[in-house]
Design a protein around this ligand. Sequence first.
Ligand SMILES: C[S@@+](CC[C@H](N)C(=O)[O-])C[C@H]1O[C@@H](n2cnc3c(N)ncnc32)[C@H](O)[C@@H]1O
Length: 366
Amino acid sequence: MDTLNIAGRTLKLVRPGTPAKLPLRPWDAADEYIINEAQDLAKITIINDGFGALGCVLSDHIDHWISDSACASDALNSNLNRNGITAQFHILSPMQMQNANGEVAAIKLPRNASYNHYLIEQLIHQGYREIWFAGMMKHLPKNLLSFLQQFGNVQRLPFVKKATIFKLAVDTPNVKSSGYPKQLNIHGQTLWTHANVFGRDKLDLGAEFFLQHFKSIQSQCQKAQPKVADLCAGSGILGLKFKELAPDSELHFYDESAMAIESCQLSWQANQTDSNVAFHWQDGLENAEPVFDLILCNPPFHENNTVSDHIARRLFKQAKQALAEQGQLYIVANRHLPYQSVLQRMFKHVNQVAQNKKFVILHAHD
Ligand SMILES: C[S@@+](CC[C@H](N)C(=O)[O-])C[C@H]1O[C@@H](n2cnc3c(N)ncnc32)[C@H](O)[C@@H]1O
């Protein structure tokens, strides 16, 4: 637990799911900058608060708190509870921005420029007149200033503790569309991808390699009507391709991104007519019953801007608990990552199914 002293308040904050030995704080200097700048505002909309620090400190100022991430929403709720704060603001996903109506919004800059563009498009459409973009110097995209200038006047505030804020005063109601959601055709499947979805423009190379081995993975699966989880589903390509090979399977798509889960739903509707499917917007397989005969996973290797394998480790642990008796976990991963030994500590049997120059496919079961 970390203590944040700011704006006359002291808060105890956690970054849920992070091992204690990793020195990762649940806020950064860009969050502190937003907090200090927002003190004089009656209302502000907060977007992409990593772990709820902004939601806690600015709770009296916020009208809408918007995040694509189920993990961030969980962290917000946990930190609000820990500090005895009752949130009066609306918590929305970016798929619900038609319900946001304010004057000023502050965005913690996302890694992904398409998502940033989508947020600007939605905010301007909803009538926001001022939009702030806060980030650490090392994470600022090179063309950010010129990109923002197409929407109005931009003022960059001085760097403080290597963080800055770009303040955009919107001067146009006409915004060029971000182009999302977008439709792709990949290996015969129609995929819908929203702006913050991994692999939104093309198939990931790891997923491509994984798919090459799906026939053999499917043939190893003994059940006639297996329950299958596509864990970390993105736009749902893995689950959809598996369903094509095993039409009687029951598919469950899991992702912590609301935009990913919405994309999976759209992709499913575009390719499938049966309703043997469920969609779960949540942290991994947390609280899932041990029902899955097969879990397929192309795990993430970063959380916001932090590259780390602690999320994959957490996902594997959850997967072990969500497997039925004789259930099987298959993952694809960059070959430099130590996942084989991580899995060996959790499962009785772990073997490498395939490898190429960049990736390995691992199979784990008890
Ligand atoms: C490497 S992408 C894989 C996407 C897709 N399955 C593919 O193969 O192209 C990893 C996905 O994990 C999701 N993710 C990250 N952390 C997660 C978590 N804690 N629980 C569930 N999904 C998570 C991300 O939103 C992203 O969609």
